[in-house]
Design a protein around this ligand. Structure first.
Ligand code: PLP
Length: 414
C-alpha cells in the first residue's frame, strides 16, 4: 500500500525552530515533497536560513571585498523619523542634499556636492545633465569596465551623450583633446583606470593639462580618496596610496567636477558623490534622473556621520582606515592569542577594484589544505582565502571583537 504523504502544514510547523516564517517553510516542504523526499525538508530549511543576508567575518584580507559589501560602515538606524527634507529652522520643505553632501564638499574642498545611489549613477547623471545630445571627449586609455558591468562606452549611450574617443590605448596627449575641443565637444572627461594599469610606452594627460581647454572637465576618480594628504590619519598617507587620485587635489588641479564611490576608499555606505563647481552640481541636482538615483535617509545619515568623522580628523573611527593602517605587529599579537593555527606573514589588498597589485604587509593564521567550506559553514560564517594548498585567515580585516569567534571556529576544526 502506498504511503500517505505527510501533511505539508504539519511538516512546516515541525521546522518552526529554524526561525523561518511559516509561508517560507511551506514552500520548502512543498519543494522537498515535489522532489520525492520529504525528509530533506529540514536540510533545505537550514540551507534557506543560511542563504539569508547576515553578518560574516571577513578573513580574506581584502579590505573592500565586493562580495562582502565593500567597506563596512555602521548604519545609523535609530528607527526614528528624521528631518530628511524638512528645514528645522523655518518649518519649510528642505532638501535631503543639504546635510551629508555639504559636509562631504567641505571635507574635499568643493563648492558643493550631491549624493546619489552609487558612482555608476553619479557618472550617468553628470553625463545626462551636462552632455545629453552632445559629445564627451575621453582618452582611449580610459574606456574602462569596472566590475559588475559598468562600461564607460555603454553608460555614455544610456546618458544620451556621444563618446568622442581621443588618443590611443597607450598614449594620449593634450593636443588630442585640443583637437576634440576644436571639433566642438561639450564635456571633457577623465576616468581613473581603477582596476588596471597600462605600462611601457605610455603617455597620459594630467588633470591640470586639461583644465583650461574650455568645456567643463569632469574627473571620475572612482575610489573616493578625499584628500591625498590624509589629514584624518596621524601619520599621514600610507605608502601604498601613492598615485591614487584624490578629490581635493583633482579639484585643485582644475577639474570642475569629481565623481566617486561612497564605499571604496571613502569607507562608507554604498553611494556616489558628485562634487565641485556649484553651478554644475546644481545642474545635476535639477536633472530628472537625480530623483531616480537619489539615496535614502539611512545612507545619508551614515554619510553625515562619516563626513563629520573625517572633518574631526578621526580616521581611526572609520573602520576602513582603522583596518588599513593596523601594524603587522598588532596583528601578530592577536594571531598568537587566537592560536590553533600557524602564525604567518601575509599580504592584505585594498580590493574593490582599487589600487591593482598593491599589497599591505599583514599577519594571519595558516591551516594546511582548503578549509574554506568548513569555515564558511560556521556561525557566524568566516570567509577565508587559499594560497599554495593552505587556508589563510588574514586578521587585518577581522574585527578584534571577533577574534574569539575565529579561535572557536579553528578549535572546532582540529
Ligand atoms: C568603482 C568605479 C565606478 C563605479 O562605482 P560604483 O560605486 O560601484 O557604482 C565608476 N568609476 C570608477 C572610476 C570606479 O572606480
Amino acid at each position: 500500500m502506498e504511503q500517505r504523504p505527510p501533511s505539508v502544514d504539519k511538516l512546516a510547523r515541525s521546522l518552526a525552530d529554524t526561525g523561518l516564517p511559516h509561508p517560507v517553510l511551506v514552500d520548502v516542504v512543498r519543494s522537498a515533497i515535489a522532489d520525492g523526499d520529504h525528509t530533506t525538508a529540514r536540510a533545505r530549511a537550514e540551507a534557506a536560513s543560511r542563504s539569508m543576508l547576515q553578518p560574516v567575518i571577513n578573513a580574506t584580507g581584502v579590505l573592500l571585498h565586493t562580495n562582502l559589501g565593500r567597506a563596512p560602515f555602521p548604519a545609523s538606524d535609530s528607527g526614528q523619523y528624521r528631518n530628511l527634507e524638512l528645514d528645522l529652522a523655518t518649518g519649510e520643505r528642505g532638501s535631503r542634499q543639504d546635510h551629508a553632501p555639504t559636509l562631504l564638499a567641505q571635507a574635499c574642498g568643493a563648492e558643493a556636492a550631491i549624493v546619489v545611489n552609487n558612482c555608476a549613477s553619479a557618472v550617468l547623471l553628470v553625463l545626462a545633465a551636462l552632455a545629453r545630445d552632445g559629445s564627451v571627449a575621453v582618452s582611449r586609455s580610459e574606456l574602462v569596465e569596472i566590475g559588475g558591468g559598468f562600461r564607460v562606452p555603454e553608460v555614455m549611450v544610456q546618458s544620451g551623450a556621444r563618446l568622442v574617443e581621443v588618443g590611443t590605448t597607450n598614449r594620449t596627449r593634450r593636443h588630442d583633446f585640443e583637437q576634440a575641443v576644436a571639433d566642438g565637444v561639450d564635456l571633457v572627461m577623465q576616468i581613473h583606470q581603477s582596476n588596471y594599469r597600462i605600462v611601457g610606452f605610455t603617455e597620459s594627460v594630467t588633470t591640470a593639462e586639461l583644465a583650461d581647454l574650455g568645456p567643463p572637465l569632469v574627473a571620475d576618480i572612482g575610489s573616493g580618496l578625499l584628500d591625498a594628504a590624509c589629514p584624518w590619519l596621524p601619520d599621514g598617507p600610507p605608502p601604498w596610496l601613492e598615485g591614487e587620485p584624490a578629490a581635493r587635489q583633482t579639484l585643485d588641479a582644475g577639474a570642475d567636477l569629481v565623481t566617486f564611490s561612497g564605499d571604496k576608499l571613502l569607507g562608507g555606505p554604498q553611494a556616489g558623490i558628485i562634487a565641485g563647481d556649484a553651478e554644475l552640481v546644481a545642474r545635476c541636482a535639477r536633472h530628472p534622473l537625480a530623483r531616480a538615483v537619489r539615496p535614502g535617509g539611512l545612507v545619508l545619515a551614515a554619510l553625515q556621520e562619516l563626513a563629520l568623522t573625517y572633518l574631526r580628523r578621526e580616521g581611526h573611527a572609520i573602520p576602513f582606515w582603522h583596518m588599513a593602517t593596523l601594524s603587522a605587529d598588532e596583528l601578530r599579537v592577536r594571531a598568537e592569542a587566537i592560536g590553533h593555527a600557524k602564525v604567518v606573514d601575509t599580504a592584505s589588498t585594498p580590493g574593490g577594484g582599487t589600487l591593482p597589485g598593491i599589497e599591505i604587509p599583514s599577519v594571519g593564521l595558516s591551516l594546511a589544505g582548503d578549509r574554506r567550506d568548513e569555515l564558511r559553514a560556521g556561525a557566524p560564517p568566516i570567509i577565508a582565502r587559499t594560497a599554495d594548498d593552505h587556508t589563510i585567515l588574514d586578521l587585518r580585516t577581522v574585527r578584534p571583537d571577533h577574534d574569539t569567534h575565529v579561535a572557536d571556529a579553528l578549535a572546532a576544526l582540529d
